[in-house]
Design a protein around this ligand. Structure first.
Ligand SMILES: C[S@@+](CC[C@H](N)C(=O)[O-])C[C@H]1O[C@@H](n2cnc3c(N)ncnc32)[C@H](O)[C@@H]1O
Length: 255
């Protein structure tokens, strides 16, 4: 991409954008990761730093907010649940992983009229089964808009409204978990011009603790490979966030 400036007042800005544009075509930078201790984990490569750039053949990469399936796969191999709930399934990434691993999975999404913030709807999705794992990848508030439905979490007009409905979701998810069952939430902090920096990871933990859950293992920092923002050029200055966070909570008993 070449920027040319006819107006000399804009020449400097054009040069800055030019430099930024040339940076994004540079090859990837490789970081040296710390050595992980050897332990009895059935998934030794699953650590607090999740840097798998392969999304796997799960779900649909073109779906907005698609998260790739390999982290979900590693979590299921580690926790070995028998029944998984995926109440914000999007393009069905978690369902596809469960199919491959032959784990029962029940899924819904607001696009199909399923509202995960309703405790009754979550109970109906769970059915009679003992849910031992809920995978949730909610909207990062309004970072991306999903369904044209007022119940969609991404359509909440204020942060307070979002947090209130997010709280209802976390409470509903906690209520369907069997004792010792886990709720895994993939969430990213979010920032926009109007609201500023919104620490959604912090709010997720706060709301999960208030719902009576406890965190049962380390945060998993997932490197955001393939995020569309990585290909953009911005005029403003900020520290780019290159990850989101998977938090795993447990009802009562800890591992
Ligand atoms: C980040 S996307 C999930 C993408 C998914 N992980 C994938 O890989 O395709 C969030 C999803 O939450 C759904 N959603 C938003 N509000 C919801 C609600 N109240 N109940 C159920 N689903 C909701 C959206 O429609 C969207 O599909």
């Amino acid at each position: 991409m070449t920027y040319t400036a006819i107006n000399p007042f804009f020449a400097r800005r054009a040069a800055t954008l030019q430099a930024a544009a040339s940076r994004i075509t540079k090859p990837a930078i490789f970081a040296r990761l710390p050595r992980a201790p050897i332990n009895g984990s059935p998934v030794p490569h699953l650590t607090s730093l999740y840097h798998n750039s392969d999304a796997g053949e799960y779900g649909r990469r073109s779906y907005p907010g698609n998260c790739g399936g390999n982290l979900i796969k590693d979590l299921l191999l580690y926790f070995k649940p028998r029944l998984v709930l995926d109440p914000m399934t999007g393009s069905g990434t978690c369902q596809d992983v469960c199919r491959e691993l032959r784990v029962s999975c029940r899924a819904g999404d607001i696009h199909e009229g399923f509202d995960a913030t309703s405790a009754d709807a979550m109970k109906a999705l769970a059915g009679e089964g003992q849910v031992d794992f809920v995978w949730a990848h909610p909207p990062y508030w309004r970072q991306k808009l999903y369904a044209a439905d007022d119940r969609d979490l991404s359509r909440t007009g204020t942060l307070e409204a979002f947090l209130s409905r997010y709280e209802a979701f976390i409470q509903a998810a906690a209520s369907v978990l069997a004792p010792g069952g886990r709720l895994a939430i993939l969430m990213g902090d979010y920032s926009d011009r109007e609201a500023g920096f919104v620490p959604l990871v912090y709010h997720t933990k706060r709301l999960a603790f208030e719902a009576g859950l406890r965190q049962c293992c380390t945060d998993i920092i997932r490197f955001s490979h393939g995020a569309s923002s990585g290909r953009r050029v911005y005029r403003s200055s900020f520290i780019p966030g290159l990850h989101d966070v998977c938090m795993i909570f447990e009802r009562e008993r800890c591992q």
